[in-house]
Design a protein around this ligand. Sequence first.
Ligand code: MIC
Ligand code: SF4
Length: 750
Amino acid sequence: MGRSIDISKARAILEKKRRLLGRGLSYTEKVLFLHEAKGYKKRALIPGKDQIGLYPDRVAMQDATAQLAMLQFMQTGMEKTQVEATIHCDHFIMASHGDLADLEEAVAENKEIYDFLSSAAARYGIGFWGPGSGIMHQVVLENYAVPGDLMIGSDSHTPNAGGLGMIAIGVGGADVVEVMAGLPWETVYPFLVGVKLIGSLTGWASAKDVIFEMLRRFGVKGGTGRIFEYFGEGAEGLSVTQKATITNMGAELGATSSVFVYDRSMNDYLRNAGRIEDADYAYALREILKQDDVCERGPEMVFNELVEIDLNAIEISHSGPFTPDRITKVREFNDLVSREGWPGDISAVLLGSCTNSSYSDLYAAAHILEEAAGHGLKPKVPFLLSPGSARVYETIRRDEILNKLIDAGAVILTSACGPCIGQWDRKDVRKGALNCIFTTFNRNFKARNDANPETRAFLTSPAVAAGLAVSGKTGFNPETDTLKGADGVEFRLSAPKPPPVPEGGLSSSKGSFIPPTKDRSGMTVRIDPGSERIEPLRPFERWDGRDFLDLPVLVKTRGKTTTDQISPGGRWLRYRGHIRNISENLLEGAINAYTGDTGSGTNVITGEKGVRFARLARFYKENASGFVIIGDENYGEGSSREHAAMSPRFMGTKAVIARTFARIHEANLKRHGILALTFRDRGEYDKICEFDKISLVGLKRLRPGRPVRGVIKRKDGSIFDLILNHALTREQIDWFKAGSALNNMDVKRR
Ligand code: MIC
Ligand code: SF4
C-alpha cells in the first residue's frame, strides 16, 4: 500500500473482498488484502492451510542478522533494493562502563562488521543506522512505522511496530532478501485472534502486565500461526509505546504478528514525533483503517478466536525464570521465592530492550527514583538503563530525566540491545552463583543475559523494576510494602503516571543515521579478506535426487530447544557473518534426551561419548553423508536468527524431525534446504533411540500435503516405519531440490 495508496482503489479492493467473504473485515484483513500480490486475490484463504503472497512496504534488518542477509542479497546479483530498507547497528555493543565509553569500544571492536554493513547499505540503496542510534524496533517505531502499512524484519520482535497499527512480521534474513529483490513474500494465511480490551489500567499495572496475561493464557506456542488484533475502548486508552510493548512481546507467544487498530493515540504519537506527513496520511485513511462494524456486532464471524481482557483487573506480575510464560503475581512472588529457595536479595536490575525503553518507560523509572531520593534512598543494587534510541536519549536529556537517573546512581548504557542479548560484561557475580535479576526485557532464557545458567532472570515492568532496585528485595511488592527512608520515614512508593508522549515532542535526533545513497556508482562492498568474522557465502549444494539413507541422529533434544540453544549468542555473536566459524557453536545449548548432557552426544559409529555436537556433525558429514536432528515441542522457539538453520545445514543436517516447530525457525529450515518434518503421531518422538539409523524415502515424490516415509533401523536389526508430516508448498519443495530458496531464485533468473 505504502504512501502511494489510492483511496478509491483501496476501497474497491476491500469491497471485492467483503463480497467474496460475505461479511465485513477486520483491521488485519484490510492491511493484508491491501498488500496482497496479484494472483492470490481471487479466493477466500483458509487459515493455517493456504499461502498468501504479500508485498511489504519496507524491510528492516539488525546488524546480527543483516550480515547473512546482505551476503545473500549480494548473491542475487541485484543492483539495488526494490523496497525501502534499513540496517540497524544495535546488537554488538557490550555493556561495560556505560554509554559513550562502550560505544567507542564497540565502534573499534566491530569495525569490520560496521564497514561491511555500511558499505553494503550504501551500495544497495539501504538506510544505515549506525551504532548508538538505537534499537531497531524502537527506531522503526519512531521513524518508519505507518498505520496500515506492512513490513517484515529480520528480527523476531519486528511486531513492535504493531503499536502504530502497522502489520510487522519477524522473519529470517533470506525472506528479507526476497522482498528486497522485488518478489512477493509468502506465508501461511494466519488465524485471526481478536483481543478486545475493556476498562483501563490502574495503579502499578502496565502494558507489560497485559502481555503477561496473554502469555499466561496462551503460553509460548499458543500464538503460532496467528495474528492478534487488539481493539476496543481499552486499547484506545493505551499510548503507542504501551501498545508496542504488547505487540513486541507477541513474539513470545510465537505469534506471526500482533497489531492495534489505528486510533487517536497513533495520530498523537506521529505528530509528537514530528512526522506530520505520516500523521496526515494515516488520518486521511481513517475510514479505511477502521474495523468494519461486524467486529463489534458479530466478532465471531470475523475472528477465529476471541479474547476479552478487562484492564481494570490486570495485576502486576513477574515472568520467569527461563521461560516468558511462567507468570507469577507480584503479591504471590515472595512465597515462590521461599518455595524455590531463591535469594531474597536482588543482584541487579536492568531497564531497556526493544520492548520497554521508551520515553515513558524511563520517565516512570525516574519518577520512582526521585521519590526514593526524597527520602534519601538510592537503588540498593546495580541499576542499568538503556534508552531505546538516540531520540529517546536526547529527549530524556532535554527533559532532565537523565539527570535524575544519573543522580540516583543508575548506569546509563548505550541505546542498544546490550544485556538483553548477552552483551553484558558482568563482573559482580561469579559464574555458577545462584542470583536473581529483574529486567524489563522480553526474554528470560537460561544464561541469556550474563552467560550464567544459575542466574534467575525475571521480566517485569519499568516502574516495578525501579521499585525493586530501590528495595533490593526479590519479594518486594510496591503496592503494599513500605520502605524506610534514610530520614527514618516509612513510606510507600506511588505508582508513576508517565505522559503518553513527551510534552515537548520527541527529539528529532537521528544519531549516526546515513540515508540511502542516491548516486551509488562506483560503490563497493568492503569485506576484509583476512576477517574471522565475515566471509562471502557460498551457495549450498543442490539435492542430488537420492533418498537419505541410514542417517544417524546427531541429537534428540529434550524439552525447550530455543534458537539460543541451537545457535547460541554471547561470545558467538561476533561470528554472525562467518558461517564456518559460527557453526562451531552448533547445538551447544541443546539438552541431549538420552544422556541429559548439554551440547554433546555419543558418536554412534565409534562409540565415543560426550562429543561436542559440532565435532560430531563434522564426523557424520564425512562418514555417514549427513544426519538428522530430532526435536521436541516448539523446536526453534525465540529468535529469527537463520544461523540456527544455516549452521546445521552447513554442517550436514538433512532433516529436522520435531513434535512441533516455531514458525520463523521452520521457515528458515525450509529456505535453507533442510527438510522440516513433524511426527504424525507425536508419541513416536519417544520411540527414537540413540543408535537408530533413519532413512527418508520416496523423496522424489515429495508433494504438498503428502507425508514422508521414514524407516527406522534399530541397533538390533529391527525395522519400523514412521509417518512424517511436512508443510512444504510446491515452491518450497523446489527450494529443497535447489538446495536453498536462494539457489532457486538464481535458477529462475537464469
Ligand atoms: C533476540 O532477541 O533473541 C535477537 C537477538 O534479537 C534475535 C535476533 C538474532 O538472533 O540476531 C531475534 O529476536 O530475532
Ligand atoms: Fe535486541 Fe533484545 Fe530486542 Fe532482541 S529482544 S532486538 S536482543 S533488545
